[in-house]
Design a protein around this ligand. Sequence first.
Ligand SMILES: O=C(CO)COP(=O)(O)O
Length: 252
Amino acid sequence: MSRQFFVGGNFKMNPNTVAEKRALTDLLNQAHLDPSVEVVVSPPFLWLIPLKEIIRPEIKVAAQNCYFKDSGAFTGEISPLQLKDAGIPYVILGHSERRTLFHETSEVVALKTKAALAASLSVILCIGETLEQRETGQTTKVCSEQLQAVVDVLTEADWSKIVIAYEPVWAIGTGKVATSKQAQDTHADVRAFLSKAVSPAVAQSTRIIYGGSVNKGNCKELSVQPDVDGFLVGGASLKPEFVDIINSTLNK
Ligand SMILES: O=C(CO)COP(=O)(O)O
């Protein structure tokens, strides 16, 4: 089964000014984008709805987080139902910055994933190991444990709305990209885990995208790996090269 290539832009807590937002929107609205690629951009909450209204319709938007309750006394949080009601189709969950800086455990990420799916959102579920974990041979174990927490609370059918983003923590924002072999090997391990833990059909159909210092120089080589189904791009998604990354599978 062929999996549609997916490129996400995680803007994180950027950009800050109206002029920068306009430049980024104009860039994406005017560029030639490979129509076979699913493109999703994820701005900060404040900009989600305005961006959705002005971005070309084939580009979808994603929230960068949500809580696992539908409503109530949870100051500072946004619920999956509120995202759904605002017409936001995707949410990024379990990003390593959320896990590390905001102490989200795999169990919390699993609760959020379940709640997001219950609200009919699609989820970009992030996993990945630290440098120390890679150097001590724990990459597969760490990724499997992060996924197992989610497997434990979902049904097989839920997986049709999940894109897994493998983002090694040591490659995020560091300029140190995983080699195409490291990415391919880990993606293949993640797919093997899904096959055992969920089902072979889910393993075959689930997109596993790579994130961590993707740029226009390294995207083509990564994109031809058989188990790399796209990218989640941070820093480079704020620059013109994001267009090259979206188009990385053209003429491959
Ligand atoms: O965290 C990332 C995407 O979610 C990757 O960030 P960079 O592309 O800036 O390394």
